[in-house]
Design a protein around this ligand. Structure first.
Ligand code: IVH
Length: 697
């Protein structure tokens, strides 16, 4: 899509525009430059997955364009990168006809099925051997996109195959879908392309973790997540879901062109790629004969777990479009394509009992204990049932045979009981009325699905709060994981969060399994956590609804943690992405004297409660920039130089990659310099230039 010359030019232009944006020296004359540069970085990010600038720099340019467009609304074009985001809610998704019906695929499950299909394909075409394309079968929601005169006209769901829902506004939120593409270069005026919208595994896991925190059952698989997300009426929420799209089929175009690109399936995918779409390229193989197809399917299945997105098989297609037309289709599927389905990640087991766990916020979670079964690489013996409603809806009973599923990295869950296998001996799951740990009466707040123990001193909650405080995403106290927290708590070595900073190391040293070195490491880790940035501490406090992102917003807003105690609900809601639910929860947290006492105590124990806000320089510093030093520096010590980068908001990387912004070169620099010279986006600086850069900023 972009040649190396273009990449150089656009990266240079980026640097110029960023400098102008910092000096606020932007006007409408450079509006098209800004758009071109933003489109380029969108492509690097969403299609190549290899960004050349930081999110911060992208946002700087984006906001600059937005500002100019606000001043000159008449100059906004619908394919401007700012025009993805829509405001307001969608009222309804009108039904529209597909230009060509969206068919399904025939399925195959083993080699014999594929050999049979190949035999039929050879009969239909009269050829001895066929060229096949093999590509992943993406597990998402299928969509059809129509481009007219190089602009995205509309996006439609599959629906019943003949007509689907028009979801263009939501499709525009997907950064890997170009808002314009130069089809005219191929002589095409109108084109319909098909593909799959996905939520990748890591976004899916994050999304499900958020649901789990609220005791809401997770979405069963990324397919449901993608399909559900496409039907959300709030486009901003769709944008937050970070959906992606793979395009894998050209179903219609006019006028008829004899363009060579479109005589084969692989050619049409290449055309899409060259126009800036994400189509299977490195995943795609074009091979001769069915044997090679079978081999590639097996090879790819072995890589399945390592992929960033979920696939449920491979799709094999006859490469020649002329042969595809000759073979035709049934009412259900084309005869020139077949899906090869991988084994489902499901297993059956027996539900033996249900335990009730008390969470950090007192939520009671029913957990099913099942006969351990292997499921996509792990043995599953415990499965969360989330809340009482889920148990009732599924009508689960002790003794039931159950179907368990685990898609990719996803938390296992019970799909359903196998009611046909019931013997009549199954018994009901009885929910406790009192906390299984402290014995207090449980309550179920109105409108919530979850029972709670509201005793803040319930030992189960206290332990969970300490575990959360020390966890990797919070204060990140190494060697103080769940097992040690529980052990020390049970031994009476600590009873609350401040207790972490008063651990009796002399006693710990005497425990079995704790050598001098491990105690030393633990003490050092506890000590180091005192200097963790404020957002980690805020997250670690476990305020309800305050996740890592909100914690960062709160930390950035205040100079000192206790400042938050002076914020009203309105003040809190004025912060980015803080809604009424979060605001109320933060407000209430700081109204509770016990919590204020906890915060003060942590401060007296030497924890940093000041935000980095006052020490980091705002705009114009090294925020988000990455550096690497190589060779011997003559004026600065390496450690000093690195510290000054970090003090100014920059980051030190360990190696040369496209993520690197600056390589600072001392004497006798070797392979790193050579490598960096090959990556156009890296700025190579001498030591003097680096010092000058620091001084300027
Ligand atoms: S080709 C006429 N290619 O699988 C062309 N489909 O189970 C038909 N799918 O409805 C589609 N990855 O939503 C094709 N690489 C791929 C695919 C793919 C996923 C979906 C598609 C289809 C469903 C059939």
């Amino acid at each position: 899509m972009y040649s190396s010359d273009q990449t150089h030019r656009l990266q240079k232009l980026t640097t110029t525009l960023l400098a102008q944006a910092r000096e606020k020296a932007l006007d409408k004359a450079i509006m098209e430059d800004l758009r071109e540069v933003l489109r380029f970085h969108e492509y690097r990010y969403a299609i190549l997955n290899d960004p050349l600038i930081s999110d911060f720099e992208y946002d700087t340019l984006y906001k600059a364009l937005e500002k100019i467009e606000q001043e000159f609304p008449g100059l906004i074009s619908p394919d401007s990168p700012t025009q993805r985001v829509a405001s307001g809610l969608t009222k309804e998704f009108p039904t529209v006809q597909h230009l060509v019906p969206m068919l399904s695929l025939e399925n195959s499950y083993n080699e014999e099925d594929l050999l049979d299909w190949d035999r039929k394909a050879r009969e239909l075409t009269g050829l001895e051997e066929l060229d096949y394309c093999i590509e992943p079968k993406f597990d998402g929601a299928s969509i059809s996109l129509i481009y007219e005169n190089d602009r995205l006209l509309r996006g439609v769901t599959r629906g019943d195959g003949v007509a689907g829902d028009e979801i263009t506004t939501n499709i525009r939120q997907i950064r890997s879908v170009p808002l314009s593409a130069a089809f005219s270069r191929y002589g095409i005026q109108l084109i319909e392309i098909r593909g799959e919208v996905l939520m990748n595994k890591s976004n899916f896991a994050k999304y499900n973790a958020q649901l789990a925190e609220q005791n809401i059952p997770p979405l069963a698989n990324p397919r449901n997540a993608a399909a559900g997300s496409l039907r959300i009426k709030d486009p901003k929420e769709v944008s937050r879901r970070n959906l992606e799209a793979f395009l894998y089929h050209v179903s219609y175009f006019t006028p008829a062109t004899d363009n060579l690109a479109l005589t084969t399936h692989s050619g049409s995918l290449k055309m899409l790629w060259d126009l800036g779409f994400r189509s299977p390229q490195k995943e795609l193989r074009t091979v001769k004969g069915i044997r090679a197809v079978i081999d590639y399917c097996h090879d790819f299945e072995a890589q399945r777990d390592g992929l960033p997105y979920e696939i449920d098989g491979m799709v094999i297609k006859v490469d020649s479009i002329a042969l595809q037309e000759k073979m035709g289709m049934t009412t259900h599927h084309p005869r020139w394509a077949i899906a090869f389905k991988f084994k489902a990640r499901q297993a059956t087991s027996v539900l033996r009992k249900v335990e009730f766990q008390v969470g950090r916020t007192g939520s009671i979670t029913p957990v099913a204990k099942i006969d351990p079964v292997p499921l996509s690489g792990v043995t599953v013996g415990s499965v969360s049932l989330f809340n009482e409603d889920v148990v009732r809806e599924k009508d689960l009973r002790i003794g039931d045979h159950v179907l368990v599923e685990r898609a990719g990295d996803v938390i296992p869950y019970i799909v359903k009981p196998l009611a046909e296998l019931r013997t009549g001996k199954e018994t009901a799951i009885v929910f406790p009325t009192h906390c299984p740990v402290c014995g207090d009466k449980l309550v179920k707040p109105e409108g919530e699905a979850v029972w709670r123990c509201v005793n803040l001193n319930c030992p189960a909650q206290v332990v969970e709060r300490i575990i959360h405080f020390a966890s990797k995403d919070a204060m990140d106290i190494r060697s103080f994981g769940e097992a040690n927290v529980r052990k020390f708590y049970d031994l009476g070595f600590l009873t609350d969060i401040p207790g972490i900073y008063r651990l009796p190391f002399d006693k710990i040293r005497q425990l079995e399994g704790f050598g001098e070195k491990s105690v030393h490491n633990l003490a050092a880790a506890v000590d180091a956590s005192r200097q963790q940035p404020l957002h980690r501490l805020i997250f670690g406090l476990g305020i309800r609804y305050v996740g890592e992102t909100t914690a960062k917003v709160l930390a950035a807003a205040v100079g000192h943690l206790t400042d938050l105690a002076g914020y009203s609900i309105e003040d809190l809601q004025a912060l980015e992405d803080v809604g009424p639910k979060v605001a109320t929860s933060v407000y209430q947290f700081f109204r509770n004297p016990d919590n204020l006492h906890l915060v003060k105590e942590l401060e007296s124990l030497g924890l940093a409660l000041k935000s980095g806000k006052s020490t980091t320089v705002a705009e114009g510093n090294l925020n988000g920039q990455t550096f690497l030093f190589t060779g011997t520096l003559s004026r600065l010590k390496r450690s000093e130089a690195e510290e000054s980068v970090e003090r100014n908001g920059g980051k030190i990387l360990s190696g040369v990659s496209s993520k690197l912004n600056y390589l600072v070169v001392g004497e006798d620099a070797g392979s790193k310099l050579e490598k960096a010279k090959k990556i156009p986006s890296i700025h190579i600086l001498t030591e003097d230039e680096f010092i000058k850069l620091l001084a300027e900023r």
